[in-house]
Ligand binder design. Structure first.
Ligand SMILES: Cc1cc2nc3c(=O)[nH]c(=O)nc-3n(C[C@H](O)[C@H](O)[C@H](O)COP(=O)(O)OP(=O)(O)OC[C@H]3O[C@@H](n4cnc5c(N)ncnc54)[C@H](O)[C@@H]3O)c2cc1C
Length: 503
């Protein structure tokens, strides 16, 4: 229930959060823990944004994230409210991070334990063991030199606060990491085997970017994945949203579902109120502050004086098939990646031609492997994902185009060790970039907001504090520090801290 608008009371500031994905939820928890009255307005019928779920015929699917990393960001969120994340969820560290299936039928398991991964790499790729440990050590160095500057604060604000000397000192540490070198260059310099290089280059796609165009700083993924750890939540990753919901209910955060914010109204240079459309009725709500978890790149739709973005490159989007199937495939681990036979063609098709790749790398998440609650007995829930470009303005995914691409993906998986996949499907749903754009107001259907191609897009992302308008703060994947669940949680925290400081 939304509280009816009441006269402004500076003793209990009222903040509205536009959108209820993880960044919005994180901001709400951070604000409510400090005594702010918070209402989340979410346009859809459920909280979670891209971190959502779909259920049918006894099958349950996560429709977005499948891999949880940098757990500390989530643990800190719960600590803010005096709770422990582990008391709300059943946390599982999977023994295998990912099984990589090569086109020739071989596969390689990246174990959660880095020592085991090193041993395994040494057996399959001669010389690869030492290269892997060198890469991991560099990755740890990158993490340690960047975490405080880039993840826990808005660097542009920090620079202003710290003064020139301190700013230059932290910049020097950063420049020592050779951030102008591309991720691909770093990988070429470290690994000799082309197949290992292909696997490590996939890290660029974790931020929706191209390995030759994003910085070698993204090698940090290795440290995050192996040293900090990769996790699964029993009952699926939507359990994270449910756990935060429990937290918010203790903190008395109000949630208005099916409530789309249609306009932010202003008074001079201050945010004054929001207009909300719910069940065909428009209401106005006065606010003392606003957190916008709607994508910054589509937020101009709420502010008549803002223009649409130009000259920005969105991250990649995804083509999803959620398939509940009869039986199971013994060749599958929990997470799998079916590699392409021509990776440079795949990158060119996505980033230069803006077309879905002809021979895509396909991620298959097989949660039933570790969690029997995800499918009826004797059946399997498969989340199948190919990276595709965000929508070009005029190109949409027609039913014919969608059906054709479904075939490309299913045929490839059938060829690469999942025979008769199509005929074993019992329940199915498909998602294209159109769905991400329409359901979540994400810019051109991108998954992570901006790509991290190029220096500016990676390190000078839109800040939390809105320019030229007091009381408005952005949180979410497009803003600083970037896309992905833990970074969005940190972005919500930074936004909440700035809002409180300005009240
Ligand atoms: C297929 C897929 C796989 C992914 N895999 C991973 C992974 O393995 N690991 C990982 O960490 N990350 C992954 N991600 C990325 C991760 O899901 C996102 O970075 C993160 O969820 C984005 O959160 P956000 O807070 O930016 O909000 P968004 O998900 O963009 O949500 C914005 C919210 O605001 C709501 N909203 C928008 N406009 C309005 C409005 N006007 N009024 C009211 N409500 C509004 C939307 O409905 C939505 O709930 C994946 C994403 C997808 C889609």
């Amino acid at each position: 229930m939304i509280r009816p608008p009441s006269p402004r009371n500076k003793l209990t500031p009222r903040v509205a959060v536009i959108g209820g994905c993880v960044a919005g939820l994180s901001a709400a928890v951070n604000l409510a823990s400090r005594g702010v009255a918070v209402t989340i307005f979410e346009k859809n019928a459920a909280l979670g944004g891209k971190l959502n779920r779909w259920q049918k015929g006894g099958f349950t699917f996560d429709t977005g994230p499948h891999v949880l990393t940098m757990l500390f960001a989530i643990q800190e969120l719960f600590q803010t409210a005096g709770e422990r994340f582990e008391d709300h969820v059943d946390l599982i560290r999977l023994p295998t991070i990912c099984r990589y299936h090569f086109p020739d039928g071989d596969y390689f398991d990246a174990a959660a334990d880095p020592r085991q991964t090193g041993e395994q790499i040494g057996k399959i790729f001669p010389g690869g063991k030492d290269e892997f440990f060198a890469y991991l050590s560099h990755s740890q160095d990158v993490y340690e030199k960047t975490v405080d500057t880039f993840l826990r604060q808005d660097p542009s604000e920090a620079m202003k606060r710290a003064g020139a000397f301190s700013a230059l000192a932290s910049l020097k540490g950063f420049l020592d990491l050779n951030p102008f070198e591309s991720l691909d260059r770093r990988i070429q310099r470290t690994f000799t085997d082309e197949r290992l290089r292909q696997i490590f280059r996939l890290y660029a796609l974790y931020s929706g970017s191209h390995p030759k165009r994003c910085s070698s700083i993204f090698s940090v993924v290795a440290h995050v994945q192996w040293n900090i750890g990769t996790f699964y939540l029993k009952g699926g990753l939507y359990s994270l949203v449910e756990a935060i919901k429990e937290l918010m209910s203790k903190l008395n955060v109000q949630v208005a579902l099916n409530s789309e914010v249609t306009e932010i109204t202003t008074e001079g240079k201050n945010c004054r109120a929001i207009k909300v459309m719910s069940n065909g009725t428009e209401t106005e709500h006065l606010v003392d502050g606003l957190i916008c978890n709607q994508d910054v790149l589509t937020a101009h739709r709420l502010l008549p004086n803002l223009s649409p973005p130009t000259d920005v490159e969105p991250s990649t989007s995804a083509f999803l098939i959620l398939a509940g199937i009869r039986g199971s495939y013994p060749t599958l681990s929990h997470h799998n990646s079916f590699l392409t036979g021509d990776e440079w063609r795949e990158y060119a098709e996505i980033f230069d031609n803006h077309e879905p790749p002809t021979d895509p790398t396909i991620g298959v998440s097989n949660q039933s492997f570790s969690d029997s609650s995800r499918a009826p007995d004797g059946m399997t829930n498969l989340f199948i994902m190919a990276n595709v470009p965000a929508m070009a303005d005029q190109r949409t995914w027609t039913p014919e185009r969608t059906a054709d691409y479904r075939s490309v993906i299913l045929r490839k998986l059938e060829r690469m060790g999942l025979p008769d996949l199509e005929s074993r499907i019992i329940v199915e749903d498909m998602w294209t970039p159109n769905d991400f754009s329409i359901r979540y107001n994400s810019y051109r259907g991108s998954l992570y907001g901006l790509s991290s191609n190029g220096w500016k897009q990676a390190f000078l992302r839109p800040p939390q504090r809105a320019k030229g308008l007091r009381g408005l703060y952005y949180a979410g994947g497009t803003t600083h520090p970037g896309g992905g669940v833990p970074l969005c949680i940190l972005s919500g925290k930074i936004a909440a801290e700035q809002l409180i400081a300005d009240l």
